[in-house]
Ligand binder design. Structure first.
Ligand SMILES: Nc1ncnc2c1ncn2[C@@H]1O[C@H](COP(=O)(O)OP(=O)(O)OP(=O)(O)O)[C@@H](O)[C@H]1O
Ligand SMILES: [Mg+2]
Length: 453
């Protein structure tokens, strides 16, 4: 039996943690932006537009369309896109990549995008499974000596008694199940479920009043005594992505082939595998046993994509099973990467025509102050009112990103001076040691004759 591990969607931790204070879009019931809410400040129009996008995604009315966030650096494009992800909830897949990532991986650019797209399409599968379930009232393991380690004992089976309010049964279970029971530390009073076909054991909780031990704090949750018969048919729902299913198909093929020798699992999924997966999924959907959940594919710094990638995406959003595409860029009129074709935001017009554009605007001084205050809270950096003023000035005159970056070094500088709160001189010291982009460019230009060419 092959064990399949499902990979987590691609996520760039650094980028996500920079936006860890964002909990949602901060809208009220009518979809109006609250000035400061869910970690978001200002940028009212863009947030309200994003709220409408969330609504359309949830109602399934966005398929085959896309969104483009456009605005100067540090105006919250990525932050608002993260807010969208939070609002969509866990059940809607959200995959975030950066335009430049398509070049850095070991696979072809279009294959990388294809995998990202398929990670973004959820398949909610309903299954009916036959299970044994009940509260354990007795458990006895049969041990034998381990033939390779004579002093160790291994479980070769177990006898368990399961009870519900209406039924009671004793079962003999094989080695695989006995091992799972031991690993889970299943005790009398535990409510468990055993899948008849796969033998997978799940502990649902502890039944009130059935446990002998009284220290239930922090352990498995307390549940009511189950009802009905021990053996029953249950409906379960789980969501996987098309990419998960592709990977399972690839692994199954590899396991089969590896009977004849070691075979490395391919990094690229062949079109035949994907076609077979799609057909199976469609059959399940037709039978009413599965539902497609289109998610959101967010591509940050979209101007880093090239023509090949853009035409791939344009075709992809026209096709049948497709995610909602959200792009972000801080470029104005510029050439499409790798060509000398000029286009708004470096994006070809045929794709641009299919996108709803959401602009973001520069912040006012008060908004910058509020964002810095929230970030300082999030990073647990205590600021004096004066140092907050200093950081705000830097945020306005240099850039918000730079001001936020200075907080951590300023905190260390303050600590070295034996202070727990960051003060104005700590911020000033930090800003002398670390340059913002403009200053570093000026420096490079001033020393250009001494630099490597
Ligand atoms: N309206 C806002 N409310 C709260 N935090 C914000 C807001 N806008 C930006 N931020 C925070 O400020 C920092 C910079 O913003 P962000 O990275 O979203 O800008 P961006 O528009 O994506 O910039 P770039 O064009 O450089 O990618 C981040 O830490 C972000 O979470
Ligand atoms: Mg960004």
């Amino acid at each position: 039996m092959v064990e399949i591990k499902i990979e987590k969607p691609i996520q760039i931790t650094q980028r996500v943690s920079m936006h860890s204070h964002i909990r949602g879009l901060g809208l009220d019931e009518k979809g109006k932006a609250v000035k400061v809410k869910d970690g978001l400040v200002g940028q009212v129009k863009a947030r309200e537009a994003a709220g409408l996008v969330v609504e359309m995604v949830k109602e399934g009315r966005m398929a085959g369309r896309g969104v483009l966030f456009v605005g100067p650096p540090g105006t919250g494009k990525t932050a608002i896109a993260m807010g969208i992800a939070r609002e969509l909830g866990e059940d809607t897949p959200f995959v975030a990549i950066s335009g430049s990532e398509i070049y850095s991986s070991e696979i072809k650019k279009t294959e990388f995008l294809m995998q990202a797209i398929r990670r973004t399409i959820g398949v909610r599968i309903r299954e009916t499974r036959s299970v044994y379930e009940g509260v354990i009232t007795e458990v006895n393991y049969d041990f034998e000596r381990n033939p390779f380690m004579p002093y160790a004992q291994i479980p070769v089976g177990a006898r368990i008694t399961l009870e519900t309010e209406d039924d009671k049964a004793s079962l003999r279970v094989p080695e695989e199940i006995a091992q799972q029971l031991l690993k889970l530390g299943v005790k009398e009073g535990d409510y468990i479920e055993i899948d008849e076909e796969t033998g997978h054991v799940r502990r649902i909780g502890r039944v009130k009043g059935k446990t002998k031990t009284s220290y239930d704090l922090g352990g498995p949750r307390l549940v009511e005594m189950p009802k009905g018969s021990i053996k029953k048919v249950k409906e379960t729902v789980h969501t996987v992505t098309l990419n998960d299913l592709d990977m399972m198909a690839v692994m199954q093929r590899a396991a089969y082939t590896s009977l004849f020798g070691f075979l490395e699992v391919e990094k690229e999924v062949s079109p035949e595998v994907r076609k077979a997966v799609d057909e199976q999924v469609k059959k399940l959907v037709e039978k009413g046993r599965a539902e497609i959940v289109p998610g959101v594919l967010f591509i940050d710094d979209a101007h880093m994509l090239d023509l090949e990638a853009f035409s791939f995406l344009t075709r992809a959003i026209e096709s049948e099973m497709t995610p909602i595409l959200i792009l972000a860029t801080n470029r104005g009129m510029t050439t499409i990467r790798g060509t000398d074709i000029e286009s708004p935001h470096g994006i070809p017009l045929d794709l641009l025509d299919r996108l709803l554009i959401i602009p973001t605007e520069p912040y006012s001084e008060d908004e910058v102050r509020e964002i810095i205050r929230i970030r300082a809270d999030e990073e647990e950096i205590p600021l004096t009112e004066e140092s907050l003023d200093a950081l705000t000035r830097i945020g306005v005159s240099k850039s918000l990103r730079y001001a936020v970056q200075l907080m951590e070094p300023a905190k260390i500088i303050a600590r070295r001076k034996g202070r727990s709160k960051v003060d104005t001189d700590d911020v000033e010291d930090a800003s002398k040691l670390f340059a913002d982009t403009k200053t570093s460019l000026d420096l490079i230009n001033a020393y250009s004759d001494k630099l490597l060419k």
